[in-house]
Design a protein around this ligand. Sequence first.
Ligand SMILES: C[S@@+](CC[C@H](N)C(=O)[O-])C[C@H]1O[C@@H](n2cnc3c(N)ncnc32)[C@H](O)[C@@H]1O
Length: 214
Amino acid sequence: MQQPDPNPHPAWQEADSQIFLDYGSYFVPDREQQIETLSMLIPPHFDTQPFTALDLCCGAGLLSKAILDRFTHSHVYGLDGSQTMLDQARSALAAYGDRFRTVHFDLTAQEWRHTLPPAQAIVSSLAIHHLDDEQKQHLFRDLFAMLAPGGMLAIADVIAPASAQGTVVAAAAWVGQCSGVRATSMERQMLLRLSNGSGGICTATPMMATSPRA
Ligand SMILES: C[S@@+](CC[C@H](N)C(=O)[O-])C[C@H]1O[C@@H](n2cnc3c(N)ncnc32)[C@H](O)[C@@H]1O
């Protein structure tokens, strides 16, 4: 007898990958700056020495590419759960040969946390928010264990503001950045009404975290 699918509606589906590939550069504010900032957080002494980086949920490989370009001795594992994304990343970064490898993985699973080589850099952009609070805590603990001595973790992601007013400010900034205009006072009032009680507006507040491990 067929077992029921425990996760019939995964948070991210293949169709989402195509939408993100087609429109991500429009609805993610300051995309290039975000990628550039993450790659700049990798310490400059890696300019001259080989190191391994893991790009968790690498998507089409934009961040992996920035690392490969900036650090010519780097080897990057691009991990993702979407075959569409992995195919795109592999094809876009084919010129880097065996410096870039793709790995099909589930961010929520355990196995990859014990099978990959120790990494000097673990990076991720716009993906860890798919986990709930408890999953994030386990992930951060496991990533710490996966880092080589002196390794670092850098994340850029959306976070929920701590208050309804913070949600309005972030949502207004996002509207402004996407459209190139500032949200009017009336639009801010509307956003405030929308966010009241539900806190459900999706905002795009970037979060950067870097934790050097001695
Ligand atoms: C918004 S995209 C970001 C892609 C890339 N990091 C970037 O910044 O362009 C989110 C990515 O996370 C991946 N993803 C989401 N949930 C995942 C999961 N549970 N396991 C593996 N990959 C997942 C998706 O396939 C997608 O490539």
